[in-house]
Design a protein around this ligand. Sequence first.
Ligand SMILES: Nc1nc2c(ncn2[C@@H]2O[C@H](COP(=O)(O)OP(=O)(O)O)[C@@H](O)[C@H]2O)c(=O)[nH]1
Ligand SMILES: [Mg+2]
Length: 231
Amino acid sequence: CSSRFVTELRAVLIGRQHCGKTSVINTILETRTEAEGDEDVKREGFIDGRRVSLVETPGWWKTFSLSDLSNLSKQQLVRRISLISPGPHAVLIVIRADSAFTDPDGRFLDEYVELLGPNVWTHTLVIFTRGDLIKPEEIEQRIQVEGSALKRLIEKCENKYHVFNNSNHHDRTQVEELFNKIEGIVRKNNGKHFNIDLKKVKEVNEQWEETQTRANSRKSRVQKERPVHVG
Ligand SMILES: Nc1nc2c(ncn2[C@@H]2O[C@H](COP(=O)(O)OP(=O)(O)O)[C@@H](O)[C@H]2O)c(=O)[nH]1
Ligand SMILES: [Mg+2]
């Protein structure tokens, strides 16, 4: 296809816990990983002869409010995004098709996504998971509801969204269609990825290392101070 601007496609997935981020990566890469550890957050594969790198960012619980977003979760987000240096071509916002998207959900998501930078919205696309549990026209109708948080989100993403069914992970058409939409994002941005603010990443990494060092020295102090029982 003549619109192949880049030889490698990099994307990050953002969304609350259990919205289906890992499942989307599994469907795209035809894998079955369930691990949640840090070692599995970046995964790579080849699609249609092109390298694809995907990073899963930390999720949050439905009941989270903006004030719960600790500095630690912000650090984790930025650290994980930095795995996809020099920056993602697409930011995939994952939400469940079978549950309501409320005003607080929208406000939280806006703030979270904008931690990456105010210009991020030209790279975003919404993936609705659990497409198997709803009728396709239902999503269309919900997106059209005037003044709704969902309509606002989709508009911010310049009407780019895709409905996914991870329970039918053999359906490659849905993956091809998703990549056509991601291609659209790449074209619109003239092949340029979203620039990670490297200064911010460096700051976050330094803070992270400081926290780790402090935690480690606390741990070894506690171990030293623990009385040793002999016999
Ligand atoms: N029926 C159905 N279940 C899904 C779909 N996508 C994800 N799930 C289920 O939702 C749960 C959470 O998915 P997971 O990918 O672990 O979410 P994550 O926490 O965002 O990584 C798992 O039990 C998945 O099997 C889908 O498209 N259809
Ligand atoms: Mg996951």
